[in-house]
Design a protein around this ligand. Structure first.
Ligand SMILES: [Fe+2]
Length: 249
């Protein structure tokens, strides 16, 4: 298996490239539209063909590259089935492993950050999306989020994995790249240690986070599998521009 962790700095998103060495096929988990050129370059560098993109959830802080990648290289789009997106080629459900050649990802329905959120388990690692971040978790106050539900998801679906299982989150804002289930169980200040459900609900209720600046554009755009919305204010234009797109010809 070929594996790369790619960072998109504007939204501090991690995109994951997984390639099957037997078939030469690749998939990207949570690709970001403004990193398309970079990501395709990495796919090509490894001699792979991009077959699929998978999103862990409908993102509110960036536009998924799913649709643009489909248009550019013919990759197919997998999204959580319960979103019933007409633009998706496949719906992710927990009951069905997602297979790419010799690679099989086990989707884990982990609602709470959003109601249709999935983590993906792949052998010794789990891609936790925004359900579990390193020393943190995604917010629970938008997109049918719910703190109690997130606590249950993390404790029943993720903290029950092996302590050695590597945790690859969808974001990190402090240059950390990987954790483990054991580390998060012990140290996560919101969900780990002996934190009770009631403590977690209080922590999340008291975060007092600002209204997400891109959510009103990102969510509708991502429900169309990654369309940059019309009328984007100037200060948000960067979210729809390829960061590595060469200015000349
Ligand atoms: Fe998110």
């Amino acid at each position: 298996m070929i594996f790369r962790q790619l960072f998109e700095p504007l939204s501090s998103t991690y995109t994951y490239l997984i390639g099957c060495e037997e078939t030469g096929q690749a998939l990207l988990i949570d690709p970001v539209v403004n990193s398309i050129e970079r990501d395709l370059g990495v796919v090509r560098e490894h001699g792979l063909t991009l077959a699929w993109t998978l999103d862990t959830h409908i993102h509110a802080d960036h536009i998924t590259a799913a649709l643009h990648l489909k248009q550019q290289v013919g990759s197919r789009i997998a999204m959580p089935a319960m979103e019933q997106l007409g633009c998706a080629d496949a719906g992710i459900v927990e009951e069905a492993p997602f297979r790419l050649g010799s690679v099989a990802l086990q989707p884990l329905h982990t609602p709470g950050h959003t109601d249709s959120h999935f983590a993906y388990l792949l052998g010794d690692r789990v891609f936790t999306g925004d359900a579990l971040l390193i020393d943190g978790c995604g917010r629970t106050d938008f997109q049918n989020g719910d703190a109690r539900t997130l606590y249950e998801s993390v404790h029943t679906k993720l903290f029950t994995l092996a302590d050695e299982c590597l945790v690859y989150p969808a974001h990190d804002y402090q240059d950390r790249r990987v954790s483990s289930i054991g580390q998060e169980k012990r140290r996560n200040p919101r969900l780990g240690g002996e934190r009770s459900l009631e403590e977690f609900e209080r922590i999340m209720a008291e975060l007092k986070l600002a209204y997400p600046k891109f959510i009103d554009y990102a969510v509708p755009g991502n429900r169309r599998c990654g369309v940059c919305p019309e009328g984007l204010p100037d200060e948000l234009q960067a979210y729809c521009v390829s960061m590595t797109h060469s200015p000349q010809g």
